[in-house]
Design a binder for this molecule. Structure first.
Ligand SMILES: C[S@@+](CC[C@H](N)C(=O)[O-])C[C@H]1O[C@@H](n2cnc3c(N)ncnc32)[C@H](O)[C@@H]1O
Length: 255
């Protein structure tokens, strides 16, 4: 993880993401959330979406959770610079087993997660997070999906994504998985290509800088090579996949 801290030093998006799309979706949901709603951002990284959530929902309390302490430290500093430290609680923890903070069980009006659900698996995430939502509460997450049929996929993209993300599937399958998990799919929204360039272009520059830097521990050299391979797939077949947001609700259970 130390190698990730070095690679992501000064990067804002730690995965594909686009603040404009985040803002549009938060604003769309804003009127549905009651004042003082609890909002969680799981796998928040250094705060690319948590800060937007806090800014766009001025009456919400945001719990930002990530397993990597240095990311949480950066998020705390960024929230403080923006005067958001009162409403953003940044916590080191496991989103597969979120800490019982403030009695959160069953109380979130909105659980958000960008480019992080892959690390615990969607169905695991749906099962863990559904009970944390209030009835009627929202789950919004972004995930990488196949954008073209198997026959149209480049061999390089198939080999890469099937190995690195075996859970990758189509948007239609994700919607079915939500339904099977007892969540009501409301919409799916494709991100623009900016979501990818926002992530890969600063990362590409950072990798070049590190390559020039010389003597690195083997763990860092390996991670640099892994990211370079990923960027190579993006350069040659980036349009085979898309980043999609999925919006779902925990249904009200009739009395
Ligand atoms: C690709 S990054 C995305 C970060 C951020 N959402 C963004 O878009 O910039 C995935 C994040 O998930 C975090 N993560 C992975 N597994 C986790 C877990 N089990 N619990 C909490 N955070 C986790 C990683 O530390 C990392 O910060």
């Amino acid at each position: 993880m130390e190698a990730y801290t070095v690679v992501f030093d000064h990067l804002h998006h730690l995965g594909p993401g686009d603040s404009a799309t985040t803002r549009d979706l938060v604003e769309r949901l804003g009127s549905d959330l009651s004042p003082g709603s609890r909002v969680a951002d799981f796998g928040c990284g250094v705060g690319a979406s948590a800060l937007v959530l806090a800014q766009c929902l001025p009456e919400a309390r945001v719990l930002a959770l990530d397993s990597h302490a240095p990311f949480i430290a950066r998020l705390e500093a960024a929230a403080s610079v923006r005067g958001l430290e009162e409403r953003v609680t940044a916590v080191v923890g496991d989103m597969a087993d979120p800490p019982a903070l403030d009695g959160v069980m069953g109380e979130f009006g909105l659980i958000w997660s960008e480019s992080a659900i892959y690390s615990m698996g969607r169905s695991n995430a749906f099962n863990c997070w559904r009970p944390l939502l209030k009835p009627g509460g929202w789950l919004v997450f972004s995930d990488i999906i196949w954008q073209c049929k198997p026959a149209a996929r480049s061999a390089k993209a198939s080999a890469f994504w099937d190995k690195e993300y075996p859970d990758i599937t189509t948007a239609a399958d994700v919607v079915d998985e939500l339904t099977a998990a007892g969540l009501k799919p409301i919409d799916s929204v494709l991100s623009t290509r900016n979501a990818w360039s926002n992530y890969y272009e600063p990362l590409r520059d950072r990798l070049r800088q590190l390559r020039k830097g010389g003597d690195h521990p083997q763990a860092l050299i390996n991670i640099i090579a892994e990211f370079e391979r990923e960027i190579d797939v993006y350069d040659s077949a980036g349009d085979n996949v898309a980043l999609s947001f999925f919006l779902a609700q925990r249904e009200f259970i009739p009395e």
